[in-house]
Design a protein around this ligand. Sequence first.
Ligand SMILES: [Cu+2]
Length: 195
Amino acid sequence: MPLATTRPSPRRIHRLGTAAASAALAAVLLLAPAGAASAHDELIGSDPAADDVLATTPEQITLTFSDAPSTEAGATEVAVLDEDCASVASGDPVVDGNEVTQAIEGTIEGAVLVQWRVVSSDGHPISDEYVFSVGDDAAVTAAEQCGESAGEQNDGSSQGFNAVPYAVGAAVIFVAVGAVIAIAIVRGRRGETRE
Ligand SMILES: [Cu+2]
């Protein structure tokens, strides 16, 4: 009776159902701590601040966060753009504790758009942008329009950057679910050989 023995017994189907339920529970348990245990860090201040109107070009931008962002290479990006959307940033941003600084080169007239992205202490990337101006606040709206297009370009080019933590999370869940199912099947087979 080969056909009858290869067909899964009702008991076997029940075991597979239990394995699937265990796998789903494992996935929920893995996801829950990442979402609930810690919130994203926040930008709690900046110098210059949003909408500031300065008399002279600042030497650097300082961003202060609620916790220390990642110091890994490539984790922090700060774009500083003048009214022509040309970069006025000098060198790479520097992360020191809760502060990120970005040096500025040259002399700026008019609105300045600051776009930043850091990896929060909980491992998730966070980003935002703001505008301040030097000498003339009438041009802020123009810089905001420029910033929208620059922001979209920035988002488009950095999807891989954003996707990394989620890809790692998905891989961990995939492996965990596979392990739970494998253990359940092995236990099921052991159970059958004893019966
Ligand atoms: Cu987060």
